[in-house]
Design a protein around this ligand. Structure first.
Ligand SMILES: Nc1nc2c(c(=O)[nH]1)N[C@H]1C(S)=C(S)[C@@H](COP(=O)(O)OP(=O)(O)OC[C@H]3O[C@@H](n4cnc5c(=O)[nH]c(N)nc54)[C@H](O)[C@@H]3O)O[C@H]1N2
Ligand SMILES: Nc1nc2c(c(=O)[nH]1)N[C@H]1C(S)=C(S)[C@@H](COP(=O)(O)OP(=O)(O)OC[C@H]3O[C@@H](n4cnc5c(=O)[nH]c(N)nc54)[C@H](O)[C@@H]3O)O[C@H]1N2
Ligand SMILES: [Mo]
Length: 550
């Protein structure tokens, strides 16, 4: 996030797109609700009706995967009506002309035909966004989990740059992070392209620097991303795998193919706090301590590094992840480094990366959480980025054209399936399904179907159905709902006995590799003779609301 979570309450305009904030980021949704109560305008772009759409001034209910059309049309309105901030762009951005030329080919009336969002609504939202100073964009997987994910993000950032809503409080470009420490994992270099602190692995000077610090020559080839690894495992290029905090046979797209590949590889190690589904394929299982059983730091969505402290002892042979990794390094023949505690691990990372060099466990203990960049021990937290000038020098406009999703509905698979999460369960649900309360609230999987589609299919609410795609078939209960658009269906991916990811496509974004979890073609086949049982008593909506107290 360029900006901070506490700034949201002071925003005057919120553009929330592809984010079911209330269910997936309840604390952030609470700040949004607070802003709306104060009088901020809220525009939500989402193919589904979500709880936030109930308090939104505009619900842009676009067809899945048509975001570039919608966003370019908003830019079209801004440019056509002269609402762009010329002076700011002059000083702070480059590449506007190409974007201007491109978006002029995306008029709102045409956008309405493709996206289904009324042209007038596109105009209103674009004007309100451009004319409001404290206007922030908040997005999550509805934007990124597409083959056009990177394009979608560029289209959003073009809006930020042409209005100059950057480098000030309560504005900016804010991707809401998913897992509690996924930001920290990226920061520390858990990606094939970066060393810690986003230093490029392809830069020889960077490799040389880390090679010297670690006393080990660094490989000159960058690694594979997750999507590429799954495919490399399938065709024999990758023969062994070490999973740590990842339950790939639940969470990877087109998971039938991943299971086949796991049958073929020579070695699998799984390091996890539970016996997760992927452990069935494991040769070695390394039991790890959970968050409450170890020390360290978590870095949250707004770049805030915070301490986590051990509260209870780990059970059995479980140990903190870093200790296990250190032992594996020893067995691999490395004597150095020889960390005594996690504080030393952090100190090493800080010494090698400018963004964190002013952060230490000691300083966090003394001052509380710190938001990077914090270049020196005297520099304060950075509440929002790009203050007094864009970090890159000039913000880069990137013109993008619309490309359709990888798979479109056709006569054989006439419905568009999208997938995601719910309030009650957490991702692979390895953790949440062990909780009796949560399992009672939401015991099993379901597929949301629009009323009219249900009627056409002869479906009763709560009836068992098979959801079928080109890749697989999954059984669950139909939930007849007004949440989805006609022609669209939606499933959570939390349930191992009804694996949604047998259906999804592993076509990935060209830059990030992220799979297109949000769009694939599917059909529904009612299971004859099955008795209907409603999955959700009406309490669900009430729970979601309760979860965002003001
Ligand atoms: N309770 C709970 N909270 C969680 C998680 C959990 O499993 N359970 N998981 C965490 C993780 S890892 C993550 S990454 C986050 C994810 O948080 P979110 O991204 O908010 O969660 P999703 O349910 O994947 O859905 C995103 C939204 O995108 C919409 N969408 C789908 N397709 C499109 C599209 O083409 N365009 C647009 N504009 N929108 C679209 C969906 O309708 C949905 O409302 O949640 C985190 N928080
Ligand atoms: N269809 C569909 N599929 C999706 C998505 C979607 O929207 N739709 N979303 C995708 C997204 S955004 C994400 S992030 C992934 C998430 O997918 P995963 O990362 O596979 O799922 P999680 O449940 O977050 O966690 C995986 C494992 O981490 C373990 N774990 C928890 N704490 C620790 C720890 O301290 N140490 C260790 N070693 N292990 C620990 C848990 O027990 C669990 O087995 O799913 C993706 N899959
Ligand atoms: Mo995620």
């Amino acid at each position: 996030m360029t900006n901070s979570i506490p700034e949201i309450r002071d925003a005057d305009f919120l553009f929330v797109t592809g984010s079911n904030t209330t269910e997936a980021h309840p604390i952030i949704a609470m700040e949004m609700k607070r802003a709306v109560r104060r009088g901020a305008k809220l525009a939500v772009a989402d193919p589904r009706s979500i709880w936030l759409t109930e308090i939104a001034d505009w619900h842009m209910q676009l067809a899945p995967g048509t975001d570039v059309w919608l966003l370019n049309a908003m830019a079209n309105v801004i440019v056509s009506e002269g609402l762009e901030d010329r002076a700011w762009m002059e000083a702070n951005a480059e590449g506007f002309d190409a974007v201007r030329e491109t978006v002029l080919r995306y008029p709102p009336e045409e956008a309405e035909k493709v996206t289904g969002v009324p042209a007038e609504m596109i105009r209103e939202v674009a004007r309100a966004y451009a004319k409001t100073r404290k206007a922030g964009i908040y997005y999550t997987l509805g934007i990124t989990e597409h083959t056009t994910g990177t394009d979608n993000v560029y289209a959003l950032s073009n809006l930020v740059l042409m209005t100059g809503h950057l480098g000030i409080r309560s504005a900016g470009m804010n991707p809401l992070r998913g897992q509690n420490n996924v930001q920290g994992a990226n920061d520390s270099g858990a990606t094939p392209v970066f060393y810690p602190g986003y230093q490029l692995a392809e830069d020889p000077a960077v490799r040389e620097k880390f090679g010297r610090a670690w006393g080990v020559e660094q490989s000159s080839t960058t690694g594979l991303n997750l999507n590429e690894m799954m495919k490399a495992m399938g065709d024999g290029r990758l023969r062994g795998m070490y999973l740590m905090g990842e339950d790939i046979v639940i969470s990877e797209p087109n998971v039938g193919r991943v299971e086949e590949a796991l049958n073929q590889i020579e070695f699998l190690a799984v390091q996890d706090i539970f016996f997760n589904e992927s452990c069935r394929w494991a040769d070695v299982i390394l039991p790890a301590a959970c968050f409450a059983e170890k020390d360290g730091v978590f870095t949250n969505s707004d770049r805030r590094v915070q301490r986590v402290r051990k509260g209870v002892d780990a059970p059995g042979q479980a140990r903190p992840d870093w200790e296990i990794l250190l032992d594996v390094m020893r067995r691999a023949g490395l004597e150095q480094p020889d960390y005594q505690d996690v504080g030393e691990v952090y100190a090493e990372m800080a010494a090698l990366s400018d963004k964190f060099s002013g952060i230490s466990h000691q300083r966090i203990d003394d001052e509380g959480g710190l938001q990077w960049p914090v270049p020196t021990p005297d520099s304060p937290s950075t509440e929002y980025l790009h203050k007094g000038g864009v970090l890159r020098g000039k913000g880069l406009f990137v013109a993008v054209d619309f490309r359709p999703p990888f798979e479109l509905a056709d006569p054989e698979f006439p419905l568009v399936l999208s997938t995601g999460r719910t309030l009650y369960h957490y991702n692979a649900a390895t953790q949440t399904r062990r909780s009796e309360g949560l399992s009672t609230k939401q015991p099993e999987s379901f597929v949301e179907v629009h009323r009219r589609d249900a009627r056409r299919l002869g479906l009763e609410d709560g009836q068992l159905v098979d959801v079928v795609s080109r890749r697989g078939r999954v059984r669950c209960r139909a939930m007849v709902s007004r949440q989805v658009r006609r022609g669209a269906i939606w499933m959570p991916f939390h349930f191992p006995e009804s694996k949604t990811n047998y259906l999804t496509t592993d076509a990935g974004d060209a830059v990030t590799g992220t799979g297109e979890y949000k769009v694939c073609a599917a059909r529904i086949e009612p299971v004859a003779g099955s008795e209907a049982k409603r999955v959700f008593p009406g309490a669900y909506a009430a729970d979601v609301q309760q979860n965002t107290p003001s």
